[in-house]
Design a protein around this ligand. Structure first.
Ligand SMILES: Cc1ncc(COP(=O)(O)O)c(C=O)c1O
Length: 453
C-alpha cells in the first residue's frame, strides 16, 4: 500500500492555498469586510470550515452550478450538504414559491399543501402521521420529547460519532469503557450527556443490547447508515437486529433520514422496507427552503393521544411559530411532487455509481489505503481500507490535511465537494460530463500526490 509523503502533501497544500487566494480577491475582500461584525467572519460559524482560509462568497447558483463573487463557475457536488439535493433553485420550486409568496407567507393557518405533503411522506416512508418543523434538528428534538413522554423513560441511545443536528443528547461519543462522553469539541453542553444518553457502536448489536439492558432507554435515534463521519453502511442484519432489540426492550426506534434520503424517494426506510416508530427528515425536502418533518407510527400516535395532559398546542416544549408555514409547505409540495421523483433518483443514483467507480479506479491505480462508500446518489471517500465499520473507526480515519488538499485542488479547478468529510451528491441537474470532470481532477490530484521524486 502506498503511504502519503507528508512533506510533499504540505507543499501541495501551500501551492493550492496560494492559487486559491490569487483566484478569489473579491471573496477574500468580502470575508475580511465581514470579520468585524460576524462571528468568525461568516453568517453561520460552520461556513468558516472552508479550505484556503476563507469561504467562496456566493453570487448565484442554479441547477448544479455555483458562481462565486469573482465570477468563477463551479460544478457543485456539495449541494448545500444535502439542502440542495433537488439542485439550486429548481424551476418548479421557484414557481411554487412565487405563487405562494404573493398570497401570504406565514399566518398560523394551514394550507391545502400541508395535507398533500403529509400524504406524500406517508406514501414514501410508510408512517401515517406527520408534523412539520423548521429544521431537521427541531424534528429530532421534538421526536425525542414525544418518545420520552410515551415511554415514560428518560434516556436516549445514539451511536458514537453520529450527527443529528444540534440535539444536546446526541453530541456524545462512546468512551473506551463504553461510557458516555461529550463529543470532542462539544460547545457548552446543557447537561452532562452521561445523564441523558447511552452511546453504542454502529454495527455492534452487543453494544446496543448492553445499553438497553437497564430498561431506561426511551428511544434509539440513528440514521439508517451513518453519513456524518463519512458514510458507514449497516452490515447485513444490523438494522433488523436494532428493530428486534428495541422491541424486546420496549424502546422506540427513530430513524433520521435527513441525509439517507439519497438512497431513494423513501430513503433507506422505503428502499429496505424498514419499520421505524418515528422518522425525522429535513433539508432536501424543502428544495432549499428551511423545513423539517417528523412522522409517527399509528401506535405511537395513539400513545401520544392518550396523554391528554400534554400541552402539544402551546408551550409544552414541542412547537415553533413558523413551523409548517405556508411558504415551506409550498416548497415541499413542489420538491416532492415535481423534482425529487423516483425517476430523478434513478438518474442521480446511476451518476453517483459512476462517480464512485471513477474514484475507486484511481485509488486502485495508486494502491492507496482509501475507500469510497456510496448510498444512492451520495458518495464519500475515506482514508481507510477496508471502509470503516463504525463511527469510532471512521473518526480515526479522518485526515484533515488530505481533506484540505483534495477540496482545494478541486475548488481551484471548478469542482465543489462538501468540506465536511468530502461528500459528493448528485442532483437532477448533474450530468455524466460533470462526473467525468471530477474523475479527471481526482486522478490528477492523487497523481501529483503520489508522484515519485
Ligand atoms: C442526519 C442529520 N440529521 C439532522 C441534521 C440537522 O439538520 P439541520 O441542520 O437542518 O437542523 C443533519 C445535518 O447535517 C443531519 O445530517
Amino acid at each position: 500500500m502506498t503511504t502519503i509523503d507528508r512533506p510533499r502533501l504540505a507543499r501541495l497544500i501551500q501551492r493550492e492555498r496560494a492559487s486559491y487566494l490569487e483566484r478569489h480577491p473579491r471573496s477574500h475582500a468580502a470575508f475580511r469586510a465581514a470579520l468585524p461584525h460576524l462571528l468568525g467572519g461568516v453568517p453561520m460559524t460552520w461556513m468558516g470550515k472552508w479550505s484556503g482560509g476563507f469561504p467562496l462568497h456566493l453570487e448565484r447558483a442554479s441547477g448544479n452550478r455555483v458562481v462565486d463573487l469573482d465570477g468563477l463557475s463551479y460544478v457543485d457536488f456539495a449541494l448545500g450538504d444535502t439542502g440542495a439535493m433537488a439542485g439550486h433553485s429548481p424551476p418548479a420550486v421557484i414557481a411554487a414559491l412565487r405563487e405562494r409568496a404573493e398570497r401570504g407567507l406565514t399566518t398560523m393557518l394551514p394550507t391545502e399543501d400541508a395535507a398533500w405533503v403529509g400524504a406524500e411522506l406517508a406514501r414514501r416512508f410508510g408512517l401515517p402521521l406527520w408534523s412539520f418543523t423548521l429544521t431537521a434538528t427541531d424534528a429530532n428534538r421534538w421526536a425525542l420529547r414525544l418518545a420520552r413522554m410515551v415511554t415514560g423513560r428518560p434516556r436516549v441511545l445514539c451511536f458514537s460519532y453520529c450527527y443529528h443536528g444540534s440535539v444536546d443528547e446526541t453530541v456524545a461519543v462512546r468512551g473506551p469503557a463504553g461510557e458516555t462522553l461529550p463529543r470532542p469539541g462539544s460547545v457548552g453542553p446543557q447537561v452532562d450527556p452521561a445523564l441523558t444518553t447511552r452511546v453504542a457502536e454502529w454495527n455492534d448489536l452487543a453494544s446496543v443490547e448492553r445499553a438497553l439492558a437497564p430498561g431506561d432507554v426511551a428511544v434509539i435515534i440513528t440514521e439508517p447508515a451513518l453519513t456524518n463521519i463519512g458514510i458507514v453502511l449497516p452490515e447485513p442484519g444490523f438494522l433488523a437486529g436494532l428493530r428486534a432489540l428495541a422491541d424486546a426492550a420496549g424502546t422506540l426506534l427513530l430513524l433520521d433520514e435527513t441525509h439517507t434520503l439519497s438512497a431513494g424517494p423513501g430513503g433507506m426506510t422505503g428502499e429496505l422496507g424498514l419499520a421505524p416508530d418515528l422518522l425525522t427528515i429535513g433539508k432536501a425536502i424543502g428544495g432549499g427552503i428551511p423545513t423539517g418533518a417528523y412522522g409517527l407510527s399509528a401506535a405511537v400516535a395513539e400513545r401520544i393521544r392518550a396523554h391528554r395532559d400534554a400541552d402539544l398546542v402551546d408551550v409544552g416544549g414541542v412547537g415553533g411559530t413558523l413551523a409548517g408555514n405556508a411558504l415551506a409547505m409550498a416548497a415541499m409540495r413542489a420538491t416532492l411532487g415535481e423534482v425529487l421523483t423516483a425517476e430523478a433518483f434513478r438518474r442521480m443514483t446511476a451518476l453517483a455509481l459512476r462517480f464512485a467507480e471513477g474514484v475507486e479506479r484511481t485509488i486502485a491505480a495508486h494502491a492507496l489505503p482509501w475507500s469510497i462508500s456510496r448510498l444512492g446518489a451520495r458518495a464519500e471517500y475515506r482514508f481507510a481500507r477496508p471502509a470503516p465499520r463504525n463511527g469510532s473507526e471512521a473518526a480515526r480515519a479522518g485526515d484533515e490535511a488530505l481533506d484540505e488538499y483534495l477540496h482545494l485542488y478541486l475548488a481551484n479547478r471548478g469542482v465543489l465537494i462538501t468540506r465536511f468529510h468530502n461528500m459528493a451528491l448528485c442532483c437532477p441537474a448533474t450530468t455524466a460530463a460533470d462526473v467525468e470532470l471530477h474523475d479527471e481532477l481526482f486522478a490528477a490530484a492523487v497523481g501529483e500526490l503520489c508522484a515519485r521524486g
